[in-house]
Design a binder for this molecule. Structure first.
Ligand SMILES: C[S@@+](CC[C@H](N)C(=O)[O-])C[C@H]1O[C@@H](n2cnc3c(N)ncnc32)[C@H](O)[C@@H]1O
Ligand SMILES: [Zn+2]
Length: 275
């Protein structure tokens, strides 16, 4: 399924290593993922999420607070690929693999390929897939802007709160293939922000330049949920982009904040590749 990130030839798997005809070789790590980052991507100053963010994300997602999103995405994806015998689905920027595994469990006939810039994230995602017993999930460390798949490989790509690449998604998708993009709505996590900031602001909508795609469907999934413990509030906060930008004084407001009600707001957009 993968192509060589160096020469772009097909990679073949044997004895836990992927090799191309030009003898480039990529071993499957002990954790179960393969590192297909090119030298460009191997040592970026900050390659994706760090360990603390990943741990927090795992603990928070495992609490089930975003399960309604996972349920909806599994249903939507199931509809999109229902007539395909063995669909190839790429989860781009899959993080620690929560949605990847939910997709793998729900779409048993699909091949789910998670790619993630952070090697820690990729390791986490493969461990999660293994723990869930999903044999239809493949994880690689790779960039969304340099996907290790051949042209027309995928039936669908999904990008959840992760960077979006028009060119790469258009290249790896089949004609008419679908792209699901999930981004935050204006009020997403407003209750948490209201606790942290004196003047909380609403999120601005993301504008993607997806010129090879047409928007086919759009929906909002919005609900409120309660952060039951300070730890859960801290985990949620640590997985947001605000974490590194917030003062220590504001962070201190998390102590004793639970139970805290906050909004979840997801914009789910389904695009179809034009040509
Ligand atoms: C906010 S997290 C979302 C993770 C996951 N989709 C989820 O919703 O749980 C964004 C993820 O994108 C990853 N990321 C950032 N830049 C990337 C890139 N160029 N290619 C692939 N993943 C990237 C980060 O490491 C991080 O895991
Ligand atoms: Zn090669």
């Amino acid at each position: 399924m993968y192509i060589c990130p160096i020469c772009r030839e097909k990679l073949k798997l044997s004895d836990r290593s992927y090799r191309c005809r030009n003898r480039h070789c990529f071993d499957i790590s002990a954790k179960g993922y393969v590192n297909l980052l090119t030298t460009k991507g191997r040592n970026p100053s900050k390659a994706g999420d760090d360990k603390l963010m990943l741990r927090s994300r795992t603990d928070f997602l495992d609490s089930g607070a975003y399960a309604p999103l996972a349920d909806r995405l599994c249903g939507l994806m199931g509809e999109l690929v229902k007539n395909i015998k063995q669909p190839n689905i790429i989860d781009s920027g899959c993080g620690e693999g929560y949605y990847t595994v939910r997709l793998g469990e729900s779409l048993k006939n699909a091949c789910i390929c998670g790619i993630e810039l952070s090697k820690n994230g990729a390791a986490h995602a493969s461990s999660r897939a293994k723990a869930a017993g999903c044999r239809n999930i493949w994880i690689a460390a790779a960039s969304a802007f340099e996907l290790p798949f051949r042209e027309g490989f995928a039936d669908a790509v999904i990008s959840i709160f992760a960077p979006v690449s028009n060119d790469e998604y258009a290249r790896v998708l089949k004609k008419g293939g679908r792209l699901i993009v999930v981004s935050p709505t204006e009020k997403h996590l407003f209750g948490l922000k209201a606790l942290l900031y004196d003047e909380p602001y609403e999120n601005k909508p993301n504008h993607y330049s997806l010129r090879c795609f047409e928007l086919e469907h759009e929906e909002r999934l919005e609900y409120t949920f309660t952060l039951e413990t300070d730890k859960q509030a801290g985990d949620l906060f640590a997985m947001t982009p605000y974490y590194y930008k917030t003062s220590a004084e504001a962070k201190a407001r998390l102590a004793g904040c639970a139970p805290l009600e906050t909004e979840a707001g997801f914009l789910i957009q389904v695009y179809r590749k034009k040509l």
